[in-house]
Design a protein around this ligand. Sequence first.
Ligand SMILES: *Cc1c(COP(=O)(O)O)cnc(C)c1O
Length: 393
Amino acid sequence: MTTSFYPPQRTLMGPGPSDVNPRVLAALARPTIGHLDPAFIGMMDEVKQMLQYAFKTKSPLTMPISAPGSAGMEACFVNLVEPGDKVIVCQNGVFGGRMKENVERFGATAIMVEDEWGKPVDPAKVEAAFAANTDVKVLAFVHAETSTGVLSDAQTLCQIAQRHDALTIVDTVTSLGGSELDVDGWGIDAVYSGTQKCLSCPPGISPVSFNTRAIEVIEQRASKTPSWFLDQKLVMGYWGGGAKRAYHHTAPVNSLYAFHESLVMLEEEGLENAWARHRHHHHALRDGLEAMGIGFLVEEPYRLPQLNSVFVPEGIDEAQVRQRLLENYSLEIGAGLGALAGKVWRIGLMGAACNKKNVLLCLNALENTLSAMGADINTGKAIAAAEAVYNTN
Ligand SMILES: *Cc1c(COP(=O)(O)O)cnc(C)c1O
């Protein structure tokens, strides 16, 4: 007979999901209630308010979509893009490519602005794309590229779009809660994120927010939104309907308890403190890795603290290292993607996984594993280098 499933206890330092705090897991196990129960509706309102805090927006159209980050991406494109529209899509990694897919599947034209993987989106190229194309409706880009560990300058990119009267769709799946993000301050029109990266909640929910400009565009669509489930006007009947909420779909009740708890924890810590924590532990990890002789893919000013892409030492089978880390230390780190496969690891320091214990565990585990495999690294220096960062702060 099949027996219950008990997952191994891991330390998750990959590109997501990240370690989930026991408080969040405990919330998941609370009794299921009806999704139109007044108590549940009260909790939904708190989730919306806390999400506004996390995104730094006052927009009332801020809510979680009942599906993973990819559905949040699709919700933004399916509602804002219509057949025949022109959309400038910036691609400097995996997720920009998915934006292009969305644009084309909804019958619009994607004008691509490409940058090398490991480099940020170049605002000059975006400026040139606007100069070469009239009537661009939307500029879409990824704030924090998880496939490479690069942060792009969202504020500058949004300013360019505003000068050309275009809307912005911004992917903040990996930046929300980990790097500075100011949705209203930067004038982002449509934004989506995920729960399993720096918010350290189980996967399966995607927070989104639309501002008044975006909502006007949605309301003035010539054609019906081609997705029933993601049609924001219908979703709003449930999430935005005050006491008179209409049934749209059954919300993932327990997942939303968990999400609520992770947002409570973000409020307790303070958004700015969460950003600072990610930077702090990133500095310790960086100094440790560099002391070992391991270098970073991304130039310093564009590095994401929550996602560290580092080069695999020469002659080392990177998959074997990850397998040994999992077997011997129950530690997960990520592999490189696309052209970077086999060349880099992606070490996540996201949310609850971003702490001193994990930084030291990772450095120790990597050093032991690599030196046992005969890699050309400096031994005996990494922990001290990381400790030096902790001792000066
Ligand atoms: C993880 C991720 C997504 C997709 O989120 P899922 O929850 O896996 O669907 C989209 N964009 C970025 C930048 C991501 O890191």
